[in-house]
Design a protein around this ligand. Sequence first.
Ligand code: NAD
Length: 358
Amino acid sequence: MPINLLNHLRNVKWWYFMTIKVGIVGYGTIGRRVADGVASSSGMDIIGVSGRSYGRKMDLARMRGFPVFVPSSSAHEFSERGFDVGGSLEDLCSEADIIVDATPGKVAAENMPLYRAAGAKVIVQGGEKHELTGLSFSSLANYEAAVGKDVCRVVSCNTTGLSRLISTLDRAYGVERVFVSLIRRAADPKESKKGPINAVKPVMGVSHHGPDVKTVMPHIDIYSMAVAIPHTLSHVHTLKVTLRSPADRDALVDLLRSTPRILVEKGGEGFFDTAQIAEYYRDFRLRYDMPELFIWDEPLDVVGSDVYIMADVHQESIVVPENVDCIKAMCGMESDKMRAIHGTDKALGIAKSDSCYL
Ligand code: NAD
């Protein structure tokens, strides 16, 4: 084939002519949100969600028109309730181009041979070990690494927030080292059996978050400590980031404000605490989701080469854009990071101005 024609074919956007078929396994906190994110994105479709037995949370799948893939023993129960039953988990895997596994930690590791035997690409979530896929993903930090890959892990909520921020500072100034202290929500709002309810519970030693950031950016020198508190709305991070080159506070704030998926807002404008942030998004977003990393303006300080930052992470939604990006990268829909991120942000209703995606 002539070289010119080959080059031309490489540049053709094949996904204009095809739709990526996405299957969701695990329709809980993350799975429901990723399914909605995929459904609102062009070039990809939800072909089904898997469920083991009927529970009221599956009604949302029915309302959204997603076929369910369930064990044959439960198929009758689902059909009787008006569900479109597409088949079994095995059927979902053979029909899908890619499976997004959003089951509780360790289930994906058990299911991986089944997914791969059916020929589907697989995304797992942060509750799984890095070694399961050998590639941990966060869009702003390492989008390119996932292009064309068969398996990938989208890192957890805390690691996603940290990776967005640290990779942005690293590109602009170089990061010498990071210390982060995490104040973690004890449980998601629905988790009535988890705690603590009257304690602050420290992790005894280094928390797993710093090492997890290194699965995405191995060159970053980071140490993390964490406590869990009686709270369900979000995680709060307090960081000290030592930069390699000097930063001016205003320029640094401008940089963060012009970075996709990072907000810098003033506490004094109605965001004095995590409850006020959640209350604001209650009026603007489905499920009061805030997939952006929220940084408080007033406490942000630059002292010599050290930057001090406080940030809020909505644990239930922050990984949704990264899951959609990861599908685009793995399935070869978009090899350019910023174009992928821009498209995802527009579809999810969180896009900034076009100039932030150059
Ligand atoms: P979840 O418990 O809310 O949802 C998991 C769902 O999977 C449940 O509906 C459960 O019934 C279903 N499930 C369990 N076993 C299954 C199986 N074998 N087949 C099909 N469905 C099955 O959990 P989650 O909070 O959505 O977490 C999912 C993953 O996302 C975990 O790896 C977690 O670490 C990660 N994650 C969670 C959060 C968070 O704050 N909730 C944030 C980021 C990443």
